[in-house]
Design a protein around this ligand. Sequence first.
Ligand code: ADP
Length: 259
Amino acid sequence: GPGAAGPRPAKAGVPGVTHIIAVASGKGGVGKSTTTANIALGMKANGLRVGVLDADIYGPSVPRLFGVSGRPEPVEGRILKPLDGHGIKVMSIGFMVEEDTPMIWRGPMVMSALTQMLREVAWGELDALVVDMPPGTGDAQLTMAQQVPLSGAVIVSTPQDLALIDARKGLNMFRRVDVPVLGIVENMSYFIAPDTGKRYDIFGHGGARAEADKLGIPFLGEVPLDMDIRINSDAGTPIVVADPAGAHAAVYRDIAARV
Ligand code: ADP
């Protein structure tokens, strides 16, 4: 991992947590949360101890993705016990607020909630804590990238030009705060019609790989647009746990191993 020989990070780490990895996207709806959940579950399948921190203040989706709800209980003092989702410790900004509370988070409120989720949760010993970042590259995202002691970041993009432009902004954002970008995942990369087996590149294809090559960062893998991925995410059993022997799970485990 990064950092051993490098300059000492100014940000204090989270005791017991070896690596904190952000999953980010330049815009919403590209599959960032789906990717976060499946990469985390892929890491677990690869034998790592994993936690997921849902920092997507605009639309926390980890509770739905992992099929968990309720308020985390305190274990001692202010320290909260994370919930368990498929053997992964999960904590979400969605657990801290009522579902119909308008998400009008001001900068300081976001930061205190984030700090609480990092420092006042009994994460225990983790090889990796995967953070589902809010989409975009605005102030909130920059502050988070700055405040959270990140080992690295994964960028999720669709193959579309527009998404790639946004992904590039994400890349620059992490560079500004000296967080290494571990690579790009191309989501909704292609579609195989289940009835005919014919392949369609709905959003184009290969854009993320070309962009990664150009920018000199790793290309981590491509995930197809597939109904089973969506259905299992909605059911709270992401594809890596729903169909661990399937092709999609293999892709996510592979991506997880490269992060
Ligand atoms: P984001 O976190 O970027 O806003 P989500 O992960 O919530 O995006 O995904 C948006 C929607 O697209 C969800 O309904 C999700 O189930 C679906 N989705 C994401 N990736 C895929 C995929 N590869 N195939 C099919 N549906 C997907």
